[in-house]
Design a protein around this ligand. Structure first.
Ligand code: TEU
Ligand code: CA
Length: 598
């Protein structure tokens, strides 16, 4: 079955809801989210119209990077629960017609994984080559130096950690507690596929979000990176370690296993601006991945070599439109598929980043962004809390010590170490806008309950309730699930409506071709969704990204690319404002969609 000339598949028009287990729901009062807590909320999740639940790493881990540092792929981090709890969650999700997607983190393990403990024990250990070890270099004065100049993704220091005991450096693109696996070793790959993939596919998991999916094949010789940031101690090297020479060979090898189970895959694909390169991962014919997360949209406004040096809101709407177009055009004239997301566990809240989180405009912004997502082609992802209009914690009232994510902490360490601590005030302003901590603040189920109802079930059961592992959101009393569940004017009600709307008009909204109109307009974002093959129906969407009412004219026949003189009818079918769909001017942070026919 094809739609708009595109193969129609269930996971293409699916809605996938991302859960960060530590912060979703605490069932036993220890202040840490857990698997039974997720299971207790499956009816709520299903009520959003969700088809798949993506759960961030729940595996056993020392939690240096919140589970993206795995010490045992085949067991659960004890505070989250047990393997039994996981099997219950999978079964209960399936019973509700929802599928389960897990996070596949196989570029690195934790330094506490038995494999790494063996590997580091000695140079001639049988698992030495399961990780990436290199001898030190030495300066002319005999100073020990790391094997190359690559910069760590966190903080900005070296990717090499010296291991005194075995007298070599090991590679870690992320934290030093996350040693990179050596994918050149077939024994390592084989063990990974069994432990991280098949163990869970055998337990009924339906697919994987594949972490850093383009970093496994390192460039031979591990050459120095170009000095793009003169004066910096280490250099950005993702142009070297992303999309390496054997990446597609490794993914094809993985697919031999995934295909046996019909597992769906979405790869996290950073640092790949070239569309032709992205297509090598997601063209259906290539049989690599079903879809990928590109970073174009979420990177809008990040414009400094060190991520958190960026200034808040340092972007214009045309840049945002271009970024959306790059992710949408991936499917134009190809057999590829794409994704739609504005948030995840690594990105600050989209209302704060891309619209207006002030009390006056927060709700309108949340509804507008919900409608924007509903209108974009590709598989749609919603991150926990997005559906209730969650926003960043405010700068005031949430001090630096509350930012506990490893990338926030290593950034502050970098400032202390390399800038003599200069700029800490700017660092707080930047973290208050961009930090990964914002989406990890505990979910607010009931703003009137203790800690925002994060442990409400435990409280009701009379259990002692500890403060959550992360400081609760200062605005929990205003932005919560409970007060929105039965409010037809809430962001939550609107997200449910937007998901239904998207499914109703899937042919254009999910499967249609996207085309930006009026690219240079700095206030209003207008685009068209149209069948790849000419038809006589298009969707026209317009979004006012400002806090003032703005005039807006319907597109001309030229803009719509239809024959001169055609008598075009515009039927308003959706607005992000309640009540009768307006005509003409767009109200503050209003989104509106028309069907244009002729
Ligand atoms: O993120 C990969 C990645 O590239 C991140 O450095 C991302 O660019 C950054 O977090 C954006 O702020 C994945 C996971 O999503 C992230 O949570 C992990 O920390 C990382 O891999 C290591 O596993
Ligand atoms: Ca708990």
């Amino acid at each position: 079955m094809t739609v708009s000339g595109r193969l129609k598949l269930w996971w293409k028009h699916a809605v996938i809801y991302q859960i960060y287990p530590a912060s979703f729901c605490d069932s036993n009062g220890d202040g840490i989210g857990d698997l039974p807590g997720i299971t207790s909320k499956l009816d709520y999740i299903a009520s959003l119209g969700v088809d798949v639940v993506w759960i961030c790493p729940m595996y056993d881990s020392p939690q240096v990077d919140m589970g993206y540092d795995i010490s045992n792929y085949e067991d659960i981090y004890p505070p989250y629960g047990t393997l039994q709890d996981m099997e219950t969650l999978i079964r209960e999700a399936h019973a509700r017609g929802m599928k389960i997607m897990l996070d596949l983190v196989i570029n690195h393990t934790s330094d506490l994984h038995p494999w790494f403990k063996e590997s580091r024990s000695s140079k001639d250990n049988s698992k030495r080559d399961w990780y990436i070890w290199r001898p030190a270099k030495y300066s002319p004065t005999g100073q020990r130096l790391p094997p190359n100049n690559w910069r760590c993704k966190f903080g900005g220091d070296s990717v090499w950690e010296w291991d005194e005991q075995s007298g070599e450096y090991y590679l870690h693109l992320f934290a030093k507690e996350q040693p990179d696996l050596n994918w050149e070793n077939p024994a390592t790959r084989k063990a990974l596929y069994a432990s991280a993939m098949e163990f869970w596919l055998e337990r009924g998991v339906d697919g994987f979000r594949i972490d850093t999916v383009n970093m496994y094949s390192k460039p031979p010789g591990l050459p120095d990176a170009p000095e793009l940031d003169p004066g910096a101690p280490y250099q950005v090297a993702d142009m070297l370690y992303c999309n390496g020479p054997r990446m597609h060979e490794f993914l094809s090898e993985m697919n031999q296993i995934l295909a046996k189970y019909g597992a769906i895959t979405v790869g996290e694909l950073p640092s790949t601006p070239d569309m032709a390169r992205v297509l090598q991962y997601v063209s259906a014919e290539a049989k690599q991945l079903d879809m990928v997360f590109q970073f174009d949209i979420v990177n809008v406004g990040f414009n400094r070599p060190l991520r958190y040096d960026a200034k808040p809101k340092d972007w214009q709407l045309p840049e945002f439109k271009e970024a959306v177009a790059r992710t949408q055009n991936l499917i134009k004239g190809t057999d590829a598929w794409t994704t739609v997301f504005l948030e995840n566990h690594d990105q600050a809240r989209s209302i704060t980043r891309f619209a207006d989180d002030s009390p006056q405009h927060r709700v309108a912004s949340g509804k507008m962004l919900a409608l924007l997502q509903a209108c974009l082609s590709g598989t749609q992802y919603i991150y926990q809390g997005q559906e209730i209009g969650a926003i960043n914690v405010p700068e005031e009232g949430y001090p630096l010590e509350n930012y506990i994510d490893v990338s926030s902490c290593l950034y502050l360490d970098f400032i202390r170490q390399h800038r003599n601590g200069q700029g800490m005030d700017k660092a707080l302003t930047s973290l208050a806008h961009f930090a990964r901590d914002h989406p990890r603040v505990p979910m607010v189920w009931n703003g009137k309950a203790k800690y925002g109802g994060f442990s409400e079930e435990a409280e009701k059961a009379g259990k002692e309730v500890k403060e959550p592992w992360m400081k609760p959101h200062p605005l929990a009393g205003q932005i919560d699930v409970a007060s929105q569940l039965d409010d037809p004017h809430s962001v939550l009600a609107y997200w449910r409506k937007a998901v239904r709307f998207r499914k109703e008009y899937a042919d254009l909204l999910v499967y249609g071709d996207y085309r930006t109109l009026r690219e240079e307009d700095k206030s209003i974002y207008t685009f068209v969704k149209e069948p790849p093959s000419n038809g006589s129906v298009k969707a026209v969407a317009a979004f006012n990204f400002t806090g003032e009412e703005r005039n807006w004219e319907k597109p001309t026949v030229e803009e719509l690319k239809i024959e001169e003189g055609a008598d075009v009818k515009f039927m308003p079918i959706m607005s992000s404002y309640d009540g009768k769909i307006g005509e003409g001017a767009l109200r503050p942070y209003e989104g509106r969609v028309y069907i244009a026919s002729w």
